[in-house]
Every structure is written in structure tokens, then in C-alpha cells.
Design a protein around this ligand. Structure first.
Ligand code: ZN
Length: 358
């Protein structure tokens, strides 16, 4: 281990552009089993109307092992330097239990992320799960974001636009319902990744349908409103390559026009960013052709939604760095996607890296 690897890229002037490779989208999907068992016990206790048992002791060695064998190994093998790391998204399950359930679960998950960051401070930086609940306002959510940023040193959050879990019954992201969390995000200067969780709708597969639908729906909600006129410093990352948005870019530009909104470049694209979790080369090619470089952040969602090997390439579907490496772009553009944009969208990450002399 030791210091960051820093890939050197040669630009057109023949000068080296040194870049970190920062993965903006990683989840702790490999947590020690005791953490998952506690969650099951918490859910059972809620159903039975009983008190939740105390959180189990989990040793540093258990956490170390769960990371070294999985995320850290893959980060090294694939040539990345850092991962912006958050709790497993599919088990946020904001629709399970009540506000207190969600609060206790979020705290446990975020505390575990903080321990990973503490054990591997050069490789991981924390992003939090929020204790949303479909029947509650955002008071507890605001409180947990503040705790994670101010006390745990986290740099962002995952915001679930559909905490009901697959029924899209919540008000759109432009509704004043959400303003308390936006005000806090702006105050703390942290972005949110728009990220749904597990689906309790049997007609909507979580990672294949719900995730991609929610990404696309979030973007359309933003088109219909004027959220960034009210919150010009608010920043969202829409994961999974922006859902269907880049592929249908003409549709969304046309809809913005029909709705008498400004063109997307000024209406949304100073505040909305897409990651590269698309999982095949033609998809990443399209993303890079359609969406401006300044709006693309390297991400893999590893170890996550799609874990197999693509038989047509022989490489893991989620080894997304390969797709960026293969893009016909300049070293400066590559630097922006791997490092520069992440540092701009996550100013608290930039400050941490500067403090390390990077
Ligand atoms: Zn994710």
C-alpha cells in the first residue's frame, strides 16, 4: 500500500498530467455478517413490538478482512486509488419499520463506514445513508447528515427520491418537502447521489428496473422544476450513467424546450452529474459523446449490482475504468473524469486531498 498510485498521462503538449483515479460510487456490500444479523434482529423486533437487541461487537480485523479481500483487492487490481464509500444501497430499506428504525439502522451503517475509513484512510472516504422514512419529514435526515459530515468527516450523502420502495408516491425532488435537506447540503457544501434502495414492488426489479427508472425519473423531475434557481449551489450525482437520460438526450432537450425551460446546459447541468456505471464500452462511449466531460464522474458501483464477467470481453462488467481508458479523449478530459470533477463536486474531498499534499 502506501501513497496513492497516481496514473501519469501525456497531454498533447507532451507534458505529463498526473491524475488520481477516484471512484465516486462504491458500497460496503461485504459487511461482517454480525452487522446483517443485527439488522434482521432489528426488523423482527420492530414487527414483534419489542426492543432491538444491542448492536454486536465487530472487531477491526473482521472489517479489515471484509475490505481487503474485496473492495481493496479490486481497487488495486483495476488501478484505482480511492473510493467514495457508502453503505449498501439495496439494504437502506427506508420503507421498513418507522423513523426510529431507520435512524438506528442508518447510524449503525454510517458508523461502520467511518470505521472502514479509519482503517484505510488513504483509500476510502465516507458518504452517508440517510434515515429517511416514507411517513416522516426530514428532521432526522438532516440531523444524521450533519452528524456524518461534522463528526465523522463524511463528504456527501445518498438521497433516496422514493423512500417508499418502488411506488414513487413521494413528492418530486423539486417539492418544498425536500428543502430542509437541500439547505443543509448547501450549508455543509456536500452533494447527494440520488440513489434508491430495495424495491418492495414485485413488478420492479431493484437494480435492473427500479434503479434505472429512478435515475431517469429524478432527471425529469428536475427538468420540470426550477430547483437550481432556488439552490444554485446544490449538486446531485445521478448514478448508473444517468439512467436512460444520455441515451434519450434529445427527448429531454426537447421536453425542456416544450416546457419553456432554459436549455439543459444552464437549467440543470451546472448542478447535475452522471457517473460511469454503465457496464459496457458502447454505453460509456455514448455517455462521453453526449454529455460534457465536466459532468461525468468515474464510478464503478463495485462490489455491487452486477458482479459477473462479460463473456464477450473476458473482464468484469463493473471494471469500468477500462471503458474510460479506451475513450478517444484527451488526457485533460481523462483527468477530469477520474479526478478533477470529483474534487469539484465534493469540495470536502478536495480539502482532504490537499491536506495530504495531493
Ligand atoms: Zn449504488
Amino acid at each position: 500500500m502506501g501513497s496513492a498510485r497516481q496514473a501519469a498521462l501525456l497531454n498533447e503538449g507532451g507534458n505529463f498530467v498526473v491524475t488520481l483515479v477516484i471512484d465516486c460510487h462504491g458500497h460496503y456490500t461485504t459487511v461482517p455478517e454480525a452487522h446483517n444479523k443485527w439488522r434482521e434482529a432489528q426488523k423482527s423486533a420492530f414487527k414483534a413490538g419489542q426492543a432491538t437487541p444491542p448492536y454486536p461487537a465487530i472487531s477491526d480485523d473482521e472489517i479489515r478482512e471484509s475490505i481487503e479481500k474485496n473492495q481493496l483487492r479490486l481497487i488495486r487490481e483495476r488501478g484505482a486509488d480511492m473510493t467514495i464509500f457508502s453503505p449498501r444501497a439495496s439494504t437502506m430499506e427506508h420503507h421498513v419499520g418507522d423513523q426510529a428504525t431507520s435512524e438506528a439502522w442508518s447510524r449503525a451503517c454510517n458508523d461502520l463506514i467511518a470505521r472502514v475509513v479509519g482503517l484505510f484512510p488513504e483509500t476510502f472516504v465516507g458518504v452517508c445513508q440517510l434515515p429517511q422514512n416514507p411517513n416522516s419529514d426530514l428532521t432526522a435526515t438532516v440531523k444524521e447528515l450533519r452528524r456524518c459530515v461534522e463528526q465523522l468527516g463524511f463528504i456527501g450523502c445518498n438521497l433516496n427520491p422514493d423512500p417508499g420502495g418502488g411506488h414513487f408516491a413521494h413528492p418530486p425532488l423539486t417539492d418544498p418537502y425536500w428543502f430542509p435537506i437541500y439547505e443543509t447540503m448547501v450549508e455543509l457544501d456536500v452533494p447527494a447521489m440520488i440513489h434508491v434502495s430495495g424495491s418492495c414492488n414485485p413488478g420492479m426489479h431493484a437494480t435492473g428496473a427500479f434503479y434505472i427508472a429512478a435515475d431517469t425519473i429524478a432527471f425529469m423531475q428536475l427538468i420540470e422544476g426550477d430547483l437550481f434557481a432556488r439552490f444554485p449551489k446544490l449538486r446531485f450525482i445521478i448514478p448508473h450513467g444517468g439512467g436512460a437520460v444520455p441515451y434519450h438526450w434529445g427527448r429531454y432537450r426537447g421536453l425542456a424546450d416544450m416546457l419553456k425551460k432554459p436549455e439543459l446546459g444552464t437549467h440543470l447541468m451546472n448542478n447535475v452529474f452522471f457517473d460511469t456505471c454503465v457496464y459496457h464500452q458502447p454505453g460509456v462511449d455514448l455517455l462521453a459523446r453526449v454529455i460534457e466531460t465536466k459532468n461525468i464522474l468515474f464510478g464503478s458501483e463495485m462490489v455491487g449490482a452486477v458482479r459477473g464477467i462479460d463473456p464477450t470481453t473476458g473482464h468484469y462488467f463493473d471494471d469500468t475504468k477500462r471503458y474510460i481508458d479506451a475513450l478517444p479523449i484527451t488526457p485533460e478530459q481523462r483527468h477530469a473524469i477520474f479526478e478533477g470533477n470529483a474534487r469539484r463536486v465534493f469540495p470536502r474531498l478536495d480539502a482532504k486531498l490537499r491536506a495530504r499534499g495531493l
